[in-house]
Ligand binder design. Sequence first.
Ligand SMILES: O=C(O)C(=O)C[C@]1(C(=O)O)C=C[C@@H](O)C=C1
Length: 389
Amino acid sequence: MTEPHYSLDDIRENVTHIDNEILKLLAERRQLSLAVAKSKIQTAKPVRDQEREHALLLRLIERGKEEQLDAQYVTQIFHTIIEDSVLYQQAYLQKLTNPDSLQPTARVSFLGAKGSYSHLASRHYFSKKQTKLVELSCNTFRDVLHVVENGHADYGVLPIENTSSGSINEVYDLLQHTSLSIVGEITESIEHCLLTAVDTQLEQIDTLYSHPQPHQQCSEFLHALGGIKQEYCSSTAEAMQKVAELKQPNVAAIGNATSGELYGLTALKGNIANQQENYTRFIVVARKPVNVTPLIPAKTTLIMSTAQQAGSLVECLLVLRNHHINMTKLESRPVIGNPWEEMFYVDVEENLKSELMQSALEELTQLTRFIKVLGCYPSENVKPTDVEI
Ligand SMILES: O=C(O)C(=O)C[C@]1(C(=O)O)C=C[C@@H](O)C=C1
């Protein structure tokens, strides 16, 4: 018997059909996760249940094997599906907890034009929030905050730390003086590429357009290139725009490959950051603070200045330790106008409204000269559950 012959068009039609079915099932599963969230409100169970995830993944790996699907493939797909489910449930619960916080349309400010990393992070953050975005690009971090403060935007998205270059000091310093609250966070994978407008070679590049941050994050690669002229821009988007306008074989920009395409640029070289895994954590600020439901993991950010005595900071940190509160970040910045005085920024994995946090805050207030809560917000870092494959 000869096998029936199908044309490429026929086969593709079948593939399209299956893809549509997959999408339909994913949407159905998403709806079920909403039903799960509603049931968890009744029983006050936390959204994340890693025991359930572990059992579910093990079963799917076994089931996948029967279909000749390898364990890694199955695990990767279901990690993504579970992450979506968790974030979708969190967004739903947060909407119930803060009924007037998220409007059908949200005006969001960020640094740079279309395609800047802050723009990509803004879109990503709001993608699961069921809200339409009005995007406001700004030229400076100060402006990002300013337009939210004066009511021209509802949210501002700002980078706060990067795994290669560390803390973004300018943003920390601006937070000292703002009346805004941190209401969210998102961590983005940042894949820097060397982008060019015309066909060229690495050896021909003598001028590089970039924002100082990506420049710092790619310092080793740039050092290896040797003697390259640096032109600083207000954002990666401006750098890409500039290179697109110049259309010269000796100029390049640092940016994201997908964003580069928006400006007609192609990646001459990828993966140029000092660290293979280059991530930036962004914060989302708004005029009003939000409450975080106890069903989801929360983070609280504080700023404080301690008495200038030996051991003052240690005493504050001991308060956190004694309350078993996990600190995820400690940063110090000088206080402008008061030489040698430091302001400490502390991120902890605890809900501001919890008894534990309230008790720790009371003790900290006694020990510090100044203390202020910058915000309490849902932690959106859904760490995948490990399964042995
Ligand atoms: O079953 C649950 O409890 C869910 O919340 C659903 C789900 C999933 O999408 O499968 C999501 C998060 C939990 O950590 C476990 C499983």
